[in-house]
Design a protein around this ligand. Structure first.
Ligand SMILES: NC(=O)c1ccc[n+]([C@@H]2O[C@H](COP(=O)([O-])OP(=O)(O)OC[C@H]3O[C@@H](n4cnc5c(N)ncnc54)[C@H](O)[C@@H]3O)[C@@H](O)[C@H]2O)c1
Length: 244
């Protein structure tokens, strides 16, 4: 029960990986805010006795209102998981041809959304003497994957820069870079035979991950067990990408 008395905001937790994070945090005692554009988050929140706030992470007013509601209901914010992204429904296109308005929207959700949520939540963490943030990156950041990977490179940079800006307030910022995770979104966007090829050719451990494979790293980085870890991007990827 590492999160007893703590309040955690998880974005994009209506399904998939974010839902697994939200459930795991609740099972370790946290009061969890599910911030998602998808109303299915309401059912998840009901099941874990959390709070669903319909939130568009790319909209500053929506994100501010979400943080206010979290504080109104639970009295503060200690942890933030920036997991929301356009992924399962994303357009597949090239950087040099993708529609510009779509590209701007994509980056505002998949990269700037994490910054907006951090900006809305950090004052409440500071008011409680500190806190922690985990950003959801991807191994796509180190491989060719177009604007999806570019946004994750941005998330990695944001993790390092924010770690410095918030460290003096005892707020830690880290990221998890998952390899391929078997979610509905992944199955929609990555053809099955391509997933099998990635597993066969690229991965040290010969299987895709599950959301539960990521939970241990996420909760560790959020918890006091990681009290002196900040600005790090941790691969949880079955050995898909080796980094020096
Ligand atoms: N599944 C994988 O293989 C994999 C691998 C590496 C990284 N990731 C990352 O993990 C995260 C979750 O992936 P997933 O597979 O669970 O996908 P998912 O599509 O199931 O989850 C993303 C969630 O974000 C929400 N969302 C989208 N736009 C939003 C917005 N503007 N505001 C608030 N919420 C919004 C969606 O409604 C959804 O619930 C994403 O950041 C993804 O990039 C996934």
């Amino acid at each position: 029960m590492r999160f007893e008395g703590k309040v955690a905001v998880v974005t994009g937790a209506a399904q998939g990986i974010g839902e697994a994070y939200a459930r795991a945090l609740a099972s370790e005692g946290a009061q969890v805010v599910i911030a998602d554009v998808d109303e299915r988050g309401r059912d998840v929140a009901d099941e874990i006795k959390g709070l669903f706030v319909r939130t568009d992470v790319s909209d500053p007013a929506s994100v501010e209102a979400m943080a206010e509601k979290a504080v109104e209901r639970f009295g503060g914010i200690d942890h933030l998981v920036n997991n929301a992204a356009i992924f399962g429904t994303m357009k597949l296109d090239f950087l040099f041809t993708v529609d510009w308005d779509y590209y701007k929207k994509f980056m505002s959700v998949n990269m700037d959304g994490a910054l907006l949520c951090a900006r809305a939540c950090y004052p409440h963490m500071q008011a409680r003497g500190g806190g922690s943030i985990v950003n959801q990156s991807s191994t796509a950041a180190w491989q060719y994957s177009g604007f999806y990977g570019l946004a994750k490179v941005g998330v990695n940079g944001l993790t390092q820069q924010l770690a410095h800006e918030l460290g003096g307030m005892n707020i830690r910022v880290n990221a998890i870079a998952p390899g391929p995770i078997d979610t509905e979104a992944n199955r929609t966007v990555v053809p099955g035979n391509m997933s099998q090829k990635i597993v066969r050719d690229k991965m040290a451990l010969k299987r895709m991950g599950s959301p539960e494979d990521l939970v241990g790293a996420c909760l560790f980085l959020l918890s006091d067990d990681a009290a002196w870890i900040t600005g790090q991007i941790i691969n949880v990827d079955g050995g898909e990408v080796f980094r020096a």
